[in-house]
Design a binder for this molecule. Structure first.
Ligand code: FES
Length: 156
């Protein structure tokens, strides 16, 4: 049994300790935002936040999460009230098929929570591990820039 907090809600998870976090989120908790892409830590589709860090949930075992705080894309806002990151991706129409987008948003969220005053070069470098097979990276960078502006305004 492992205790963890997901999107602000405490859970006791009973599963093999080497179960990937991605499976716990999708199969045990019904949170389908994080996606299975490669299962090998190479595409970023499964990215969530643990504490303030972006992590690849397909290669993060349950045992590493005891007492940790996990945030998924569902924790950034709702359809009725999207958070700044979600609103920026919608405004910039950053998704094509959309499969990579939850992971993109979570990696970007980790960056902007640390420093919303980032350069485009810093955004590109930080987002390197996350791949979009449809090639919308320019719009994704624009969305992150827009979210950064909104987060700076809210923080001011
Ligand atoms: Fe986790 Fe590809 S599914 S990195």
């Amino acid at each position: 049994m492992v205790s963890l907090v997901v999107n602000g809600t405490a859970h006791e998870i009973e599963a093999d300790l080497d179960t990937p976090l991605l499976y716990v989120l999708r199969d045990e908790l019904g949170l389908h935002g994080a996606k299975y892409g490669c299962g090998l830590g190479q595409c970023g589709a499964c990215t969530v936040m643990v504490g303030d860090q972006a992590v690849l949930s397909c290669v993060t075992p349950l045992v590493a999460l005891a007492g940790k705080r996990v945030t998924t894309v569902e924790g950034l806002g709702t359809i009725e009230a999207p958070g700044p990151m979600q609103a920026a991706f919608i405004a910039e129409q950053a998704a094509q098929c959309g499969y990579c987008i939850p992971g993109m948003m979570m990696r970007a969220q980790a960056l902007l929570q640390r420093d919303p005053d980032v350069s485009d070069a810093a955004i590109r470098a930080h987002m390197e591990p996350n791949l979009c097979r449809r090639g919308t990276h320019m719009r994704i960078v624009a969305a992150i820039r827009r979210a950064a502006g909104e987060m700076r305004t809210r923080g001011a």
